[in-house]
Design a protein around this ligand. Sequence first.
Ligand code: GLY
Length: 350
Amino acid sequence: MTTIQVKASRAYEVKIGRGLLSSLGTEAAGLVTGRSAAIVSDTNVAPLYLDRVKTSLTEAGFRTCEFVFPAGESSKNGETYLNLLEFLAENQITRTDTLVALGGGVVGDLTGFAAATFLRGVDFLQLPTTLLAAVDASVGGKTAIDLKNGKNLAGAFYQPRLVLCDLDTLDTLPDDIFADGCAEVIKYGMIGDRDLLDLLARKHFRKDPEEVVARCIAMKRDLVEEDEFDTGARQLLNLGHTVGHGIEACSGYGISHGKAVAVGMTILTRAAIEQGVCEKEILEKLQKLLKQYGLPDRTGYATADLYERTLSDKKRTGGTITLVVPADWGKSVLRKIPVEDLKIWIEKGL
Ligand code: GLY
């Protein structure tokens, strides 16, 4: 097992290893004072792991209640959020009690936002069950729900008390969902870890993911500790995301986050080559790696549509937007540009 300490506005541990769901109760009992836990999960994950999590908490002396909502991004909305708050109130969750997010990014983001706002803040624990949630969404305290106008437009920075990444849960993921997480893993390599990129190119890590997952989380920890509230270095984590969110929006969220981020990274790399920021060889290596991990590198959407949908993303600040631009193999840089120049970057990258 690997343990990573995160020292943000609240300090917590991220534990990465096998069989960790069964130790949840003991871990939670040592962290929180209340003895009621509301487990939040979705209809994909609950049938697989809810009983195990519930048993672990019950054996450690917790009273539990469960809120399970329909799986999918379309549930990450105001209605599910308010239903969850009402559920917590009905089940008499108090300020010393805790919420447990059991699932992927949608479950983690929604539960975290409910935890940040219910009774003005209760503790929450993250149990990510997808690769994407393990390496990205569950760590760093970004919590949110989607609004009709765009993804993650209502949210809060609110750190969990503990993250348990049970690698056994990744074994049951369909290949396609695992590939989505691989896009985020490749992103970490592209922003600052050449050795990780070489490791990924040598061997697929699916059978033995601990080292790769830990490496990604350690990099995220470093960026979150430096810039918890996302005004500087943390923005590097957005590589491929600005245009990626535009692709997701153009597809009516039919294209998954990971696939959109993969395409977003190649668009930015192509544009960076055109702008003289990086060498052609970087694009070739990236495309090869994406192919190896079952990820796309092109989109059929036109510049105008992508530009329009990308603008509704919250990464814009006034008249400027900060792009994450690949500069070398294992190195990306931040570049602030006028919003209207984004159109040129997209055009050059398609
Ligand atoms: N998912 C990007 C971040 O946490 O900053």
